[in-house]
Structure formats: C-alpha cells, structure tokens
Design a protein around this ligand. Structure first.
Ligand code: ZN
Length: 109
C-alpha cells in the first residue's frame, strides 16, 4: 500500500494527486485524505536516511578512490534528488497508512 500509493481504506483508489502530494479524497471509496496530516514527518526521516547514505557513500568513495571533485558533484547531487523524490512518496504513503490504522486525525473526532 505504501509502495503503490493506494488509498489506505479500500486499496483501490489513489492516495496521491501528484508526484508527492496527496489527493483531497479517495476517488473510489471517498475517504477524506485531507483529514490526515503527515506534515513534515516524511521529510524528517528522509533527511536522516538520505543524508546518511550520501555521506557514507561520498566519504568511502573519497577514501578508496580519491576521484576529482566533479565526480562527487555528478554522482551525489542527482542521487540525492532521485532518492529524496522516490523515498518521499514511499515515506508519505507509509505515514498515511499508519495514521489511518491508528486513527490519528487532526481537528476531528
Ligand atoms: Zn479508498
């Protein structure tokens, strides 16, 4: 569910309206996706995870091969962008699924 970006209630409709933005509601079952607010939770995870991957990768490459500086730029800048965008969708889908399972909502009972 988190991987495919589907609605946490019916599993058929799409939870995402765009690349990393949620839709207002599920088109299939009408679940109000706007009631869930994952906020910056996904971004926080990604800063830690992507930051660790890229930092460890860059340091070990430098220590083992000592490539010219532009190799690092060409390698790590695109990798960081791609990893962040791909994992952002996954992380937001995961947080949405967790909030749905645990009935965590904002401003409504
Ligand atoms: Zn649905």
């Amino acid at each position: 569910m988190a991987l495919t970006g589907c609605c946490p209630r019916c599993g058929k409709g799409k939870a995402f309206g765009g690349m990393i933005a949620f839709a207002a509601q599920c088109r299939v079952c009408g679940l109000d996706l706007a009631a869930f607010n994952v906020g910056d939770g996904a971004a926080t995870f990604l800063i830690l995870i992507v930051g660790a991957i890229v930092t460890v990768g860059a340091v070990s490459l430098e220590l083992s091969r000592q490539p010219p500086w532009y190799v690092h730029v060409l390698l790590w800048v695109p990798l960081t962008l791609v990893l962040t965008l791909v994992l952002m969708r996954f992380a937001k889908g995961l947080l949405l699924a967790l909030e749905f399972r645990n009935s965590a909502r904002e401003g409504r009972l």
